[in-house]
Design a protein around this ligand. Structure first.
Ligand SMILES: Nc1nc2c(ncn2[C@@H]2O[C@H](COP(=O)(O)OP(=O)(O)OP(=O)(O)O)[C@@H](O)[C@H]2O)c(=O)[nH]1
Ligand SMILES: [Mg+2]
Length: 188
């Protein structure tokens, strides 16, 4: 199980949709979607072809382990499958809760500014992997990739970083390779 954490709109659901479509037939993926309200993301995941359940947290700003337990009871993921948890979008509270995941994966998109890792260090320190998303937009922005990478490594020297675009598919093979390694190792 991986716990996807990020600010709202960085592209968590888009990355999951593309991953599900690209890995269809190779990897069984089940998704627990966390949002304060709406079933939008659960519906998007189902349309992409994966089992999904939607958890609405109301006023809550993060998922907790008992919600995951109830979600898993309902999902009943097949042995050998990957459960992707899309946490509620924000860079603060999801960092503090262990859901029983193998790893947290942080997503930062290039429209958010390079300094986010240092401003929200707990989230980036708790994550094993950082997906830097929306790199297709770089030609239109002042975003400095080297600065963003330095900011992430400043708070978490061990974090792995992969530049991706859920829109064009750039870098996604590297993410799938990471996923494949995570499936076969205990420490990611
Ligand atoms: N250009 C571009 N747009 C993207 C990319 N990934 C996502 N988007 C767009 O960014 C917006 C938000 O994407 P979502 O996938 O809904 O983001 P999210 O992180 O799941 O959002 P919440 O669940 O609300 O926190 C949508 O309009 C996507 O089409 C990308 O790689 N490039
Ligand atoms: Mg989403």
């Amino acid at each position: 199980m991986l716990n996807l954490v990020s600010s709202p709109g960085s592209g968590k659901t888009s990355l999951l949709e593309r991953t599900i479509r690209d890995l269809k037939g190779h990897l069984s993926i089940a998704v627990i979607e966390g949002d304060q309200a709406t079933a939008n993301d659960g519906e998007r995941i189902a349309a992409a072809g994966a089992q999904a359940i939607q958890v609405n947290t109301g006023t809550g700003c993060h998922l907790e382990a008992d919600m995951i337990q109830r979600g898993l009871d309902e999902l009943k993921p097949k042995p050998g499958s990957v459960v992707m948890v899309e946490n509620v979008g924000n860079l603060v509270c999801p960092a503090l809760f262990d859901l029983g995941e193998r790893a947290k994966v942080a997503i930062l998109s290039v429209t958010e500014g390079e300094d986010k890792p240092e401003k929200y260090p707990h989230m980036f320190r708790a994550s094993s992997l950082l997906l830097l998303n929306k790199v297709d937009l770089l030609p239109h922005l002042d975003f400095n990739v080297a600065k963003a990478i330095a900011s992430a490594r400043n708070v978490n020297p061990d974090v792995e970083i992969i530049q991706v675009s859920a829109k064009t598919g750039a870098g996604m093979d590297e993410w799938y390779a990471w996923l494949s390694r995570a499936l076969t190792s205990v420490n990611v």
